[in-house]
Design a protein around this ligand. Structure first.
Ligand code: NAD
Length: 283
């Protein structure tokens, strides 16, 4: 693969994980965010994650230092000039992403592939904001990036076969399995997962079973590692609601209507683990 330098935009939860796996795979990474504080925090997080791998004897101290040495940080978009791939993992907001994609577009060479890690925005629409939309693609990593084995590769209407092939190769080089999805709200995994969670909430709302029994049913009956209501608490009930609303509007289909109980929980501020209370209580 003729790819050496990767830009990662956004040094938050996903960006620092993407930078970590790319650096461990041997790429030079330029990690870009709006503040030095965000970048320093990301490097601290990556260093801590690599230490955990050393403790598990999955990595040597020398490899850690080499990987960290391959990550350069910047707050200046002109540092992206020589990148062959730029992965955008900034805040999930359409206007913000369009603006930063235009900034990336101004800096990179014509042969650079630009990818977005968006969970819910249209790859076709994002691609329309760059001058070579055929070189634009969705690379949807899963959280936590270093642990999860999947990347969803999303083709926009404009994405070329060559860009798609490069994305698949990139996933392999990073040690991930890629699945390809078309550009529809939720792509594949969230499209299946989130309505399942909504159905679990409807079952609870109808009083068919208790929270504990619904989760135990799906864990023991379907071998799911975590029950759907506990998973909703982990994702954040506000996020689950936002995804369902995006499906409802994106498909114009009533089958995606959010459970009224979910709306009530969000209105009450019971958002799951992050607020200490969701379908389960957290200390
Ligand atoms: P986050 O809030 O943890 O991080 C976003 C980062 O983007 C922040 O550090 C912020 O300072 C930075 N940013 C904002 N504007 C910027 C700009 N103009 N230039 C450079 N950096 C900028 O968010 P996250 O959870 O890492 O999500 C990032 C993307 O990944 C989103 O598109 C989200 O939908 C997607 N995603 C998230 C998850 C998840 O579980 N968190 C999973 C898959 C995909």
């Amino acid at each position: 693969m003729n790819l050496h330098s990767i830009g990662v935009i956004g040094a938050g939860t996903m960006g620092n994980g993407i930078a970590q796996v790319c650096a461990l795979a041997g790429f030079n990474v330029t990690l870009l965010d709006i503040t030095e504080t965000a970048l320093n925090k990301a490097i601290g997080t990556i260093s801590k994650h690599l230490d955990r791998q050393i403790a598990k004897q999955a990595l040597t101290e020398q490899n850690k230092l080499a990987a960290l040495g391959r990550i350069h940080t910047s707050t200046d978009y002109s540092s992206l000039q020589k990148m062959q791939l730029v992965i955008e993992a900034a805040t999930e907001n359409l206007d913000l992403k369009v603006r930063l994609l235009q900034q990336i577009d101004k800096q990179v060479n014509v042969d650079c592939v630009i990818a977005s890690n968006t969970s819910s925005l249209s790859i076709t629409q994002l691609a329309a904001s760059v001058s070579h939309p055929e070189r634009f693609i969705g690379l949807h990593f899963f959280n936590p990036v270093p642990v999860m084995g999947l990347i969803e590769v999303i083709r926009g209407l404009q994405t070329s076969d060559a860009t798609h092939a490069q994305a698949l190769e990139m996933a392999t080089v990073l040690g991930k399995t890629a699945i390809t999805a078309g550009n529809r709200p939720g792509f594949v995994v969230n499209r299946i997962l989130v309505p399942m969670i909504n159905e679990a909430i409807l079952v609870l709302q109808e009083g068919l079973a208790s929270t504990e029994d619904i989760d135990a049913g799906m864990q023991l009956g379907c071998n799911q590692p975590i029950g759907p209501l506990a998973l909703a608490d982990l994702i954040g009930l506000d996020t689950v609601l936002a995804i369902l609303e995006a499906f409802y509007e994106g498909f114009n289909d009533s089958k995606y209507r959010p459970a009224p109980l979910l709306k009530e929980m969000v209105a009450a501020g019971y958002l799951g683990r992050k607020t200490g209370r969701g379908f389960h209580a957290y200390a």
